[in-house]
Every structure is written in C-alpha cells, then in structure tokens.
Write a protein of this length. Structure first.
Length: 149
C-alpha cells in the first residue's frame, strides 16, 4: 500500500469518527457480552448489550482496533440503541456486501458506514471493519436466547 493509498483510505471523516466513538463505558450487568477479534490484525471489539422486547436498550463497547474498525464502531454505537436483531443483521450483511462485492450502502440508520467503502480494495482490513456489527449481532442473539431459557 502506497502512502497516497493510505492517505485516501484514512480520510478525515474516518479519523473523526474514530475519535468520537460513543458508548465506550462497559455495562456493569449486561444481558450479554461478546468479544470479537480479527486474526489478521489483532483488532478487538467487546460489546455489552441490555435487551428489552427484542430491542437494544443499553450498549457499551471497548474498541481496540485500527481507525477503520474504530470508525465502524463509532457509526454502530451511534445508532444501536433501539435496534432489533433484524435491523443489525441487515446492516451487517449490507456492510459485508459493500466491502466484498461493492454492494449498496447499508440501510438507515447505518448509511454512514458508506465512508468505509474505499476499504473494499483492502481485504486485510475487512475483518476489523466488521467486528462491531458481528459482535453486536451475536450479543443480541445471546441475550434473546438467555431470555427464552
């Protein structure tokens, strides 16, 4: 990757999102916690969720990732409260398709993930970008299963 490619990839908006990650305080007694790690780069995201009636009502995250993973966590954290598993799965699947197949932008309220489209050419960054949504979907699944048990 050339220096110009890096400058293009790490745009000002991505860096601003990475600096403004919401919900960085972990929950003291969450319904579920999931930690995900990217094996390629070592980035990790840990999320805590509280769920009521199938919707996230409280959320905390600990993000140890590159600026791209941080930017994704910032967008997810900014819109996750009130979302259902179906909404989060749709955002996750759309983000994956956007990165791997140049698919459409993720649906509202996650459309700001569009800022990560330039990363589609850097496959080694995809796992880090996916961490926040992957962990949040899994945590919501776990909370729903525990509620049914």
């Amino acid at each position: 990757m050339s220096e110009n490619d890096l400058i293009k990839l790490y745009s000002g908006r991505i860096l601003a999102l990475a600096a403004e990650i919401p919900h960085t305080t972990r929950l003291s007694d969450p319904d579920a916690t999931v930690k995900k790690r990217s094996p390629l780069c070592g980035s990790t995201v840990t999320v805590d969720v509280d769920v009521k009636d199938g919707r996230i009502v409280d959320f905390g995250q600990d993000v140890k990732a590159c600026a791209l993973g941080q930017a994704a966590a910032s967008v997810v954290g900014g819109h996750v409260i009130g979302r259902t598993r179906a909404e989060l799965e749709a955002a996750r699947d759309a983000l994956k398709a956007m990165l791997k197949q140049d698919g459409p932008t993720p649906p509202a309220p996650f459309e700001e993930l569009e800022v990560l489209r330039p990363a589609r050419d850097y496959k080694n960054r995809h796992a880090s970008i996916m961490l926040a949504l992957d962990a949040t979907v899994e945590a919501l699944e776990q909370a729903e299963q525990a509620d049914c048990a």
